[in-house]
Design a protein around this ligand. Structure first.
Ligand SMILES: [Zn+2]
Length: 403
């Protein structure tokens, strides 16, 4: 069985190993070594990557107690080769993973919230707790976890040979289905639980722990957190964004929230005023459009092409044009598309759904509706004026013939 060097020293990133077997697998080869510094995926932590001689290690997994290194090309069995893990990736994962121990311990100590799920990805990490935790509780646990970081406590891994020895330990968590020897990870004066992954030597190596998000999850809470360099990069990016906003608003960083709130309030007031103005304008336009309506027997047809009117306002305008026994078709050239609304007033004899197929066909668009209102959109505005006149003629003829 492969000797697991990462169990003995989490900071050993290189070793010389002898290739015991090499078999084709997937698009590469599975390599078994006599000893390895590569941690296989497990304990919620992704596997190491790196190089074995000239080959690239893509993934490492454990199956039935054996460790398989998936590499991109074959290695000679019996040969001794240098192995090197991608240390930047490994150290980042160890920072997140060791930070997870401190966060889980802090939530457990303060609020008896148990970690029931842990996911560590290359760009984020989450912990699921078995009960809801509040924003204030998260901040409290985050502070306690960081205080353990600042104490720079040793992190130790020890193998225990019997269940009796383990039963006597004050474990926060005991993973099920393990057979001795069982590896216990202990942060001196803080966390103790079963764990197979490599960790920082001391809590100081974690750097800092920062909880960025929390949401309800399966009756409990899922938190997302960043440690070490990830936390620094996040703070840097968010600080730069805040600086950019402060420059944009010509204010101090501390005043940005107030400036954004004022902008949002001003925008709301402007939108309200715009809606009122549009309503008045619609009234004037409707009067003018009705005056220019075509007579079709006992009915009237309003057919007008406008521009720059959005769908909501076009609908209001068409309804304002739908006087008694009047059919109104309004078109609007808006952002390169053609919007249209067909609306009928009281005493009009037809359901608009009977007329929409002819409108859609003439304008090259899609739309529908029923009763007194239908709406549609056409991808092109070209030829809209001519099409509108065609539709007007069709409506006038059809209505002139109806009783
Ligand atoms: Zn661990």
């Amino acid at each position: 069985m492969t000797k697991r060097l990462y169990d003995l020293d989490s900071h050993q990133s290189e070793s010389n190993s002898t290739v015991l077997s090499c078999v084709p697998a997937g698009e590469g080869f599975d390599i078994v070594l006599d000893q390895t510094v590569f941690f296989p995926e497990g304990g919620g932590q992704p596997s190491d990557t790196g190089t074995l001689g000239e080959a690239t290690v893509l993934h490492v997994r454990e199956e039935a107690g054996e460790i398989y290194h998936r590499v991109d090309h074959a290695l000679a069995v019996g040969k001794t080769i240098p192995g090197k893990v991608d240390w930047v990736r490994r150290f980042d994962l160890m920072q997140q993973h060791t930070g997870e121990h401190l966060l889980s311990f802090s939530f457990y100590e303060l609020f008896a919230a148990c970690n029931v799920g842990f996911h560590l990805a290359l760009d984020y990490a989450t912990i699921d707790f078995d009960k809801p935790v509040s924003r204030e509780q998260i901040q409290e646990a985050e502070l306690l976890a960081n205080r353990f970081v600042w104490k720079n406590l040793p992190v130790q891994a020890t193998f225990y040979e019997t269940e009796e020895e383990i039963a006597a330990l004050p474990l926060r968590k005991h993973a099920e289905g393990l057979t001795p020897p069982i590896r216990i990870v202990q942060v001196e004066g803080a966390d103790m639980c079963t764990c197979c992954a490599p960790h920082c030597y001391t809590t100081g190596e974690i750097g800092s722990i920062f909880v960025v998000d929390a949401s309800s999850y399966k009756g409990g809470t899922r938190i997302t957190f960043f440690c070490g360099e990830r936390a620094l990069r996040l703070h840097r990016a968010q600080h730069d964004d805040l600086d950019a906003l402060a420059r944009r608003f010509s204010c101090q960083r501390e005043a940005v929230v107030g400036a954004v709130k004022k902008l949002s309030d001003d925008y709301g007031a402007l939108k309200k005023s715009e809606r009122e103005l549009a309503k008045s304008l619609n009234g004037y336009m409707a009067t003018e459009f009705i005056q220019g309506a075509s007579v079709a027997g006992k009915y009237h047809v309003v057919a007008q092409l406008t521009s720059g009117i959005d769908a909501a306002r076009l609908k209001d305008l068409a309804q304002a044009c739908s006087a008694e026994k009047t059919l109104a078709l309004l078109l609007s050239e808006s952002e390169g598309r053609l919007l249209y609304v067909l609306s009928s007033g009281t005493g009009f004899p037809l359901d608009v759904s009977e007329l929409m197929p002819a409108v859609n066909a003439a304008l090259g668009g899609k739309g529908g509706g029923r009763g007194t209102l239908a709406q549609g959109t056409a991808p092109s505005v070209s030829g809209a004026k001519e099409a509108l006149e065609q539709i007007r003629s069709y409506f006038v003829k059809r209505l002139s013939d109806s009783k």
